[in-house]
Design a protein around this ligand. Structure first.
Ligand code: NAD
Length: 501
């Protein structure tokens, strides 16, 4: 399905393309699609309609074992790990191109599978994944090692070595992009990969495996196994022949991967976990309407299912009431609708479990705070798992909705009086993934951003992000960084070679 963008933007076009979609449903191991050894499958369900899109292989430990063996064999053969950097670059850049060429199909697979607006998947997720493969491809032949300043008669060369088999376990909120964030740098470094996408969203990853083969990636270098966390994910975490485990997901499951590593082979573990990111709005902000619009984007984009979502809004008391008024007005732009309709403000919540969880959080919010907008769970065309953009005010720092990650379109607004109080409230969290702040004062921008405990601080915008900058968190948001050249640190080991004479 190769459609240039201009022909696929309208609602009717997306509906027509969706009717034709035919997802890959088997695991991709050693360059071939194969059913799970057990023959078990699970249903991929469209949360916007309740329709079953496909029955997908439910891989378990035996399948993970097959995939790790295939990945190890590919790695040891040198077919990817020891090829010229220019060849790796060629393949990764080609894969980036193929993602763009098949962008409409990949966007639809994600939208149908986990409920996001297809326009966002096509305009944001697909170009981001495509360019990320090109970006790491381009990096491959520009990195060199080091020569240490040793005594005469010695030469010490420091090189970066691929680590071997990388296990990657990812969530469902940006299915294609979360895969790209792990797979692109891991492959660029010369590793083989065994990837387990989330059970809620395996379809784009399976198609990606096929496109990687078409791009020239040798069989066995990228293996994709759909399956559940407790079975396939656990088996990958415990596997004795996996060298590195790169995880994105909840903090609770991240902690399990640390245990798996300790119980098995002490594999390296890198964790990108949850967040409860603060967005601080000071009274000296130049454009309060822009700040309110961006604050809504920061929490309602992608149904609020964003790890770095600005879910805690801290507003200086002097502007609080006027700011909340603007927030409530802008929140209407995010009213949910059919994810295939580019005019919809928001898509569907990923599945029934998450939908029920978000609704429970809203009920809890009603007990402790004041509902300023939303709170409902409307149907679209009489069906689907939707939630209105929801705003709570009068939230107190100790309230559960101010502390716990909801991972849905629910904003908690707290008031502060002084800069010190704002920083103290912002940092009062077990998480430290991202933070935003709004001010017209350059001095305050520097002062406050320096004091915020967060992997990324965005000043006068929200959620700034690019391939060129590291992304990850402090505290229980995890450790290690995705994106940028720093991500390669996770997938390489430094090796020192001494030569004496
Ligand atoms: P999750 O932790 O439930 O699942 C993530 C992955 O782990 C899935 O593939 C799942 O199958 C697997 N898994 C679940 N239980 C497992 C187990 N016992 N053993 C092994 N694997 C297991 O998270 P989710 O609900 O898919 O995603 C939402 C979470 O992801 C949120 O907390 C969000 O903040 C986080 N997230 C973080 C980032 C980041 O970059 N920091 C990005 C996106 C999402």
């Amino acid at each position: 399905m190769n459609q240039p963008s201009a022909t696929v933007r309208g609602y009717a076009d997306w509906q027509r393309l969706a009717a034709d979609i035919s997802p890959r449903t088997h695991a991709h191991i050693g360059g071939r699609f194969t059913p799970a050894r057990s023959g078990k499958t699970f249903a991929a369900v469209n949360p916007a309609t309740g329709a079953v899109i496909a029955d997908v292989a439910a891989c378990e430990a035996a399948d993970i074992d097959d995939a790790v063996r295939a990945a190890r064999a590919a790695f040891e053969s040198g077919v990817w790990s020891r090829v010229a950097p220019a060849e790796r670059k060629r393949v990764l850049c080609r894969l980036g191109e193929l993602i763009a060429v098949h962008g409409a199909e990949l966007a639809l697979l994600d939208s149908l599978n986990m409920g996001k607006r297809v326009a966002d998947a096509f305009d944001i997720d697909v170009p981001a994944a495509s360019s990320l493969f090109c970006w790491y491809g381009e990096a491959v032949d520009k990195l060199s090692g080091e020569v240490a300043a040793t005594d005469p008669g010695n030469l010490a060369i420091v090189t970066r070595e691929p680590l071997g088999v990388v296990g990657a376990v990812v969530p469902w909120n940006f299915p294609l992009d979360m895969v790209a964030w792990k797979v692109a740098p891991a492959l660029a470094a010369g590793n083989s990969v065994v990837l387990k996408p989330a059970e809620q969203s395996p379809l784009s990853a399976l198609r990606l495996a096929e496109l990687a083969l078409e791009a020239g990636l040798p069989p066995g270098v990228l293996n994709v196994l759909p399956g559940f966390g407790e079975t396939a994910g656990r088996a990958l975490g415990l596997h004795p022949d996996v060298d590195v485990l790169a995880f994105t997901g909840s903090t609770a499951v991240g902690k399990k991967f640390l245990e798996y590593a300790g119980q098995s082979n002490m594999k390296q573990v890198w964790l990108e976990c949850g967040g409860k990111s603060p967005n601080l709005v000071f009274e000296d902000t130049d454009d309060l309407d822009l700040a309110a619009r961006k604050a809504c984007f920061g929490i309602f984009f992608n149904q609020g299912e964003v790890c770095s979502a600005n879910s805690r809004l801290l507003v200086q008391r002097s502007i609080h009431d006027a700011f909340v008024e603007r927030l409530v007005a802008h929140a209407r732009d995010f009213y949910p609708g059919d994810p295939l309709d580019p005019a919809s403000g928001m898509g569907a919540i990923v599945d029934q479990v998450q939908h029920a969880r978000v609704r429970e959080w809203i009920e809890r919010g009603r007990q402790s705070a004041t509902l300023a907008a939303g709170g409902g769970a409307p149907l679209v065309n009489g069906k689907g798992l939707f939630v209105e953009p929801t705003i709570f005010v009068d939230v107190k720092p100790g309230d559960a909705i101010a502390r716990d990650e909801i991972f849905g379109p629910v904003l908690s607004v707290l008031a502060f009086d002084t800069e010190d109080e704002a920083v103290q409230l912002a940092n009062d969290s077990i998480y430290g993934l991202a933070a935003s702040l709004w001010t017209g004062s350059l001095a305050r921008a520097h002062r406050v951003s320096g004091r915020l405990r967060a992997g990324t601080v965005s000043v006068n915008t929200v959620d700034a992000l690019s391939a060129q900058t590291p992304f990850g968190g402090f505290g229980q948001s995890g450790f290690g960084r995705d994106l940028s050249l720093h991500a390669l640190d996770k997938y390489t080991g430094l090796k020192t070679t001494w030569i004496t004479w």
